[in-house]
Each structure stands twice: as structure tokens, then as C-alpha cells.
Design a protein around this ligand. Structure first.
Ligand code: FAD
Ligand code: UDP
Length: 376
């Protein structure tokens, strides 16, 4: 008889949500994490009175009311609406591409005017395609939004983010680039969106309430000892690592953050400003207080914390962030997945174990579906 029903490797949103439902089912659960804290990538650090999103800006958004009610049952979420601004050579443009952007770009005042300009700009690219599908991201962008938007707001940002030329990147990355002919800067289309009031740690603490947790504990430092603690393992680390990288490493893109405290209450006036020109080395600057402070509250907190984000190629030992779902890595993942499918007592879940770019809400949804399937 093991002491626990589940050993959960990783206390990110997948592991923590799994722990919650398992505990609710009366299961005995232990959660371990190799980091010094719980929460995985949604973890926040409290600096100068501000919750700093330590592993990159996280905005919760979903169309699923059940997921929204579930996360709000642990901590109420605020009304933050993501409305990033793009800075191209000192000029500002609203995102996503909408009437505000078209006005800033061309002085277009009505939807008809904006549509006519975009149609005219797209026409060259569409003619060049001669009816075939766009073969790369550049062709896709030019035929969707035309040259001005592509060159000012897409090309430089995308090449920095992915470290490759837009002609070498797959078209699908921006296939669903939204074009809105209304004055609406809301980045997401989901009806529910926000940030936990008091930060994401409150959500994780709620999920892990009453669950035995060990931080600073790497599964691979004592694999057999830890495995013997429980009947089943829920594994949310890297799938290739679980199988000793026997087929080789799966690639990732990683992000490095340069954090700075500024001695002013309001530095850039928005949570997210993207720098879309190639020459600026970072992709964006996050000013964390704007996720949770609105109106006078911004000025009641005398300092501010910003993070510059640099996107770089991942090497073993770095934090794995974005899976690179190209043909080579997808094929490699399938080989590991075939091994995982043979592990009867291990559940592989989350961003690293499924090698999938998951937003937060789908992670919660996935765990809920698992327990629903068990008849909970
Ligand atoms: P993780 O949060 O990565 O958790 C995995 C945990 O496992 C980590 O804590 C790790 O330390 C631990 N672990 C790994 N290996 C071991 C081991 N050997 N032993 C012990 N512990 C181990 N989603 C949104 O919805 N909105 C956003 O705005 C958004 N922004 C993002 C920005 C960035 C830069 C990134 C990278 C992701 C973003 N996401 C966003 C996605 C979001 O972070 C994920 O959906 C979510 O964190 C996935 O949770 P997870 O538990 O699968 O993974
Ligand atoms: N993108 C862009 N300019 C921007 C923001 C995004 O060209 O100012 C493109 C870029 O190719 C990026 C994709 O849109 O990879 C998706 O960006 P988003 O920020 O929505 O997604 P995330 O990086 O959070 O996955």
C-alpha cells in the first residue's frame, strides 16, 4: 500500500488543478515541484507592492463559464481587459488591428475607408499567389492585411519572437489574425477575462489548500523513491526528460526577462507595449501594476516594475517556454507520446508533458474533463 494515491510532479496550473479535484474525490495527494515555489509559470512575486508576473504576463481569458466560475470560486478576478499597444519607431498603434489602428496608420475614419485601403494593399500579394495557398507567414500576412500593417506591426515582432525570417515561418502562426472594423482594442474575443485580485498565487494557494506540497524537489533527483510514494503519477514536466531524452531533445523557444524598478508611479501607461521594429532587441515591455491597479490606485503606489522580454533560442538547461510545433518536433513528440501511452500508472498532462502551447483556461478545462470522465 502506497502512502498516496497520486504523486503530482509539477505544481503549475495543471498539477494544482488536478490536486484539487483528486483531493475533492477523497484521494491522498502529494505535489512536488523542482522550483522553490508553487504555481509554475503563473507564479507572481510581490515587488514594491506590485504582483510581478515572474515568468511572463498572464491574462486569463475563456469562453467557458464553468471554468470562469471555478477559478473565481478561489479568488475573484478583476475587470482587466488586455489592450496592448504597439510602438513602431516611436509611433503608437492600438492592437489588435482595429479601427483605431487604421486611423493611426492611414487616417481612415470609417470602416469602408479602412477596408478599401486594406483591399488595395492586399491586391499585389493576392495577385502574386495566383490562387495558391500562402506558403509562409509573409505571404499569409501580406494577403490578409497588406504591406503597411505587415511591415510596421508584424514583420519585426514576429522575426524577433521566432528568431527566423517571416519567409521561413509557417503561415498558420497568424492565419487567424483578427481584423476588426470597429473601434475595439480588446485583444481577446472571449466573454470572460481578467486577473485574480491579489495575483495568481491566490488561485494556486486555493487549489493546493490542504494538499501536501514539497518545493525544491526534483522528480529526477530521486525517481524511484518518489515514485514509490504513490500508486499513480501525474507528470507535468518535460515528456522527453521522463524518457531520458532517448530520441533526442524536443525544441522550445525561451524568453528572458530584464526586470527594472522605476521611481515613478506610471511609466508606460499600459500593461503591455509591443516593440514591433526589428532594431529594438526586446519584443515587449510589461508594466505589471496595470494588471491590477486602475485609476487613482496607480498613483497611490509610488513605484512601478517593468520587464523587458527577449525571445531567444532554447538550449538544454534553459526554461522551456514555447513548444516549437514544426514537422521535426511534432514527429519527435509522437515518438515520446507512443511511449507515454504505454505507461499505465502515469498521467501526462500540461504544457511540457503534452508538448503543446496551452493557455491557462484550456489546462483547467482538460483537468475538469478528466475528472468528469471518471464520473466525478
Ligand atoms: P507549468 O506552469 O510550466 O508547470 C509545470 C511545473 O512542473 C513547473 O512548476 C516546473 O517547475 C515543474 N516541473 C517540471 N519538471 C519537474 C521535475 N522534474 N520535478 C519537479 N517539478 C517539475 N496562458 C494564458 O491563458 N494567458 C496568457 O497570457 C499566457 N501567457 C503566457 C506567457 C508565457 C511567457 C508563457 C510561457 C505561457 C503563457 N501562458 C498564458 C500559458 C500558461 O503559462 C500555461 O497554460 C500554464 O502555465 C500551463 O500550466 P502547466 O502546469 O502545464 O505548466
Ligand atoms: N504578432 C505580431 N505583432 C504583434 C503581436 C503579435 O506580429 O505586435 C504576431 C506574432 O507572429 C506572434 C503572433 O502574432 O507570434 C501571436 O502573438 P500573440 O501575442 O497573440 O501570442 P503569444 O505570443 O502570446 O502566443
Amino acid at each position: 500500500m502506497s502512502r498516496f494515491d497520486y504523486l503530482i510532479v509539477g505544481s503549475g496550473l495543471f498539477g494544482a488543478t488536478f490536486a484539487f479535484f483528486a483531493k475533492q474525490q477523497g484521494k491522498k495527494v502529494i505535489v512536488i515541484d523542482k522550483r522553490s515555489h508553487t504555481g509554475g509559470n503563473v507564479y507572481c512575486e510581490y515587488v514594491e507592492g506590485i504582483n510581478v508576473h515572474k515568468y511572463g504576463a498572464h491574462i486569463f481569458h475563456t469562453s467557458n463559464k464553468m471554468v470562469w466560475d471555478f477559478v473565481n470560486s478561489f479568488v475573484p478576478f478583476n475587470r482587466y481587459t488586455n489592450s496592448p499597444v504597439a510602438n513602431y519607431k516611436g509611433k503608437l498603434y492600438n492592437l489588435p488591428f482595429n479601427m483605431n489602428t487604421f486611423y493611426q496608420m492611414w487616417g481612415a475614419v470609417t470602416p469602408d475607408e479602412a477596408r478599401a485601403i486594406i483591399d488595395e494593399q492586399k491586391s499585389d500579394a493576392l495577385r502574386a499567389l495566383q490562387g495558391r495557398e500562402p506558403a509562409n507567414l509573409e505571404e499569409q500576412a501580406l494577403s490578409l492585411v497588406g504591406r503597411d500593417i505587415y511591415e510596421k506591426l508584424i514583420k519585426g515582432y514576429t522575426e524577433k519572437q521566432w528568431g527566423r525570417s517571416c519567409t521561413e515561418l509557417p503561415a498558420f502562426i497568424i492565419r487567424r489574425l483578427p481584423l476588426r472594423f470597429v473601434f475595439d482594442n480588446n485583444y481577446f474575443n472571449d466573454p470572460y477575462q481578467g486577473i485574480p485580485i491579489g495575483g495568481y498565487n491566490k488561485l494556486i494557494e486555493g487549489l493546493l489548500d490542504g494538499v501536501e506540497t514539497r518545493t525544491g524537489c526534483d522528480f529526477f533527483a530521486d525517481r524511484s523513491g518518489l515514485s514509490s510514494l504513490a500508486d499513480k503519477i501525474v507528470y507535468t514536466g518535460q515528456i522527453d526528460e521522463f524518457f531520458d531524452f532517448r530520441f533526442g531533445h524536443l525544441d522550445f523557444r525561451t524568453v528572458s526577462f530584464e526586470q527594472e524598478i522605476k521611481n515613478v508611479p506610471n511609466w508606460q501607461g499600459n500593461a503591455v507595449v509591443n516593440y514591433t521594429e526589428r532594431e529594438v532587441p526586446y519584443t515587449r515591455i510589461i508594466e505589471h501594476k496595470h494588471f491590477e491597479m486602475f485609476g487613482q490606485a496607480v498613483y497611490d503606489c509610488p513605484k512601478t516594475v517593468i520587464s523587458r522580454e527577449f525571445s531567444t533560442e532554447w538550449k538544454p538547461g534553459m526554461e522551456p517556454y514555447y513548444p516549437v510545433n514544426d514537422a521535426k518536433n511534432s514527429a519527435l513528440y509522437q515518438k515520446y507520446k507512443a511511449l507515454a501511452d504505454q505507461e499505465e500508472d502515469v498521467i501526462f498532462g500540461g504544457r511540457l508533458a503534452e508538448y503543446k502551447y496551452y493557455d491557462m483556461a484550456p489546462v483547467v478545462e482538460k483537468v475538469m474533463a478528466h475528472f468528469e470522465a471518471l464520473g466525478n
